[in-house]
Design a protein around this ligand. Structure first.
Ligand code: LLP
Length: 413
């Protein structure tokens, strides 16, 4: 069992958590702007003047205030749906600051992406290449396209969030890339601007990321030899964070490795980080609603948040630190911290050592800034919880709690 570690998140946020819980109720998400800023600047500074763009992966957390904060720091955007493209633009990103990836872009999405003139539509297949070309020709325009290559590299992450193997559905096999770049260059409606690779998420060793970068740099050199010149190399996202205190890749070291791999080509490096920018900056604040002990068996701490607010434990068996906001005196005992949802997978922690807790105590679930609220849903007619942003001792509600009437407003009897 991984040991709980002291948390940066708690230092920045915990001081205000009881006050926030009293004001907005539980469950609620609380993010710290200072931690997001610091994570962004660490990546940005590490490029040390090398031409680059950081395209924040909106999928990690596309709450308007969070996206706006990253935009104000100079970030660009990575969108995975038309909805995310629209959110990015609403938060101030220009179309030529947005890359658009997606393994199944619909006709409407392609049409709009072409019309907007995005920085790059990352092409996932020969068929999609054709469809984008057709729409661009019909609109009398040139679509900027990059090719998403699948380098067949094992990211050594959780199988559900690995994307760079030939058995995964993403991109085109790298061996087919040269022919597809030739095809792109020959099309009337397409302008090839780069190559894109993203081999997975929550990656904790540098080597697969470096190998993927080297693969696309090699491709850029090969295509240059044929007179097809790229404008950027998009290395995707994937940097892992330490949920359990185990060592992870140092973000600055990661950037330096990418720059080292790319420098010889002189090409601009784009990256699409999500989790590393916002994950550690967020906690989920919940309250104990029941404690029950089965005779000579498990002790359950039932809280008012579950897989509706944070799917990661149920979906990937993911580890999140869970602890009382104010620990009570007494011996720590192993408990299952479970949610109120009628599914056995609805548990945030199993056999976790926790000090004594009582009904009404506040429980903090750490590192939920990425893929927490963004993957939230309303199973059991549970309205979406509020989100709060803290900044230098101040806090404000950036999404209020959904009401049941709002949840039902699309329906008729
Ligand atoms: N770029 C592309 C093309 C992606 O598919 C993703 C994530 C990212 C960038 C950002 O990756 P990050 O830096 O956040 O690792 N729901 C899962 C994670 C799914 C990631 C999907 N793609 C989880 O909760 O762990």
């Amino acid at each position: 069992m991984a040991r709980p570690t002291p948390s940066v998140t708690s230092d920045a946020i915990t001081g205000r958590l009881s006050e926030i819980a009293a004001a907005v109720g539980t469950p609620c998400y609380v993010y710290d702007a200072g931690l997001i800023r610091a994570a962004y600047l660490t990546l940005d500074d590490a490029f040390d003047g090398y031409p680059h763009a950081i395209h924040y992966a909106l999928k990690a957390n596309s709450s308007l205030a969070v996206v706006r904060l990253l935009q104000s720091l100079g970030s660009h955007g990575d969108a995975n749906s038309l909805g995310e493209v629209d959110v990015a633009m609403r938060c101030g990103f220009r179309p030529d600051q947005i890359v658009f990836t997606g393994v199944g872009k619909s006709a409407a999405e392609i049409d709009r992406a072409v019309a907007l003139g995005l920085l790059a539509i990352n092409v996932e297949s020969p068929g999609e290449l054709d469809r984008i070309d057709q729409r661009a020709v019909a609109q009398g325009t040139l679509a900027r396209v990059a090719l998403r290559v699948n380098p067949d590299i094992d990211a050594r992450s959780h199988p559900h969030i690995s994307t760079g193997l030939r058995s995964n559905k993403f991109g085109v096999p790298i061996g087919e890339a040269p022919a597809l770049f030739r095809e792109m260059a020959a099309r009337r409606g397409l302008q090839p601007v780069g190559a894109h690779v993203h081999i997975g998420s929550q990656i904790t060793s540098l080597e697969p990321l470096t190998r993927a970068a080297e693969a696309v740099v090699g491709l850029a050199h090969a295509m240059r030899g044929e007179g097809i010149e790229f404008q950027h190399l998009d290395m995707g996202g994937g940097l892992g964070i330490s949920y359990d205190g185990a060592p992870v890749i140092d973000p600055a070291e990661y950037v330096r490795a990418l720059v080292q791999a790319t420098r010889g080509s002189g090409l601009k490096v784009a990256i699409e980080p999500g989790r590393v920018l916002v994950g550690p900056a967020g906690v989920l604040l919940t309250r104990v609603v029941d404690v029950k002990q089965f005779p000579a068996a498990k002790r359950f701490v039932v809280i008012d948040a579950g897989m509706t607010e944070l799917m990661r434990p149920a979906l990937y068996n993911a580890y999140h630190r869970v602890e009382p906001l104010v620990p009570r005196d007494g011996e720590a005992v192993p408990v299952d911290v479970v949610g109120p949802i009628c599914e056995s997978t609805d548990a945030y922690a199993r056999d976790r050592l926790l000090p004594p807790v009582e009904v009404g105590d506040l429980i903090v679930v750490h590192d939920v800034g990425a893929y927490g609220a963004a993957m939230g849903h309303t199973y059991l007619r549970r309205p979406l919880p509020p989100e709060v942003l803290t900044d230098q001792g101040q806090w404000r509600v950036i999404r209020r709690r959904q009401t049941l009437d709002e949840l039902l407003s699309l329906e008729s009897e």
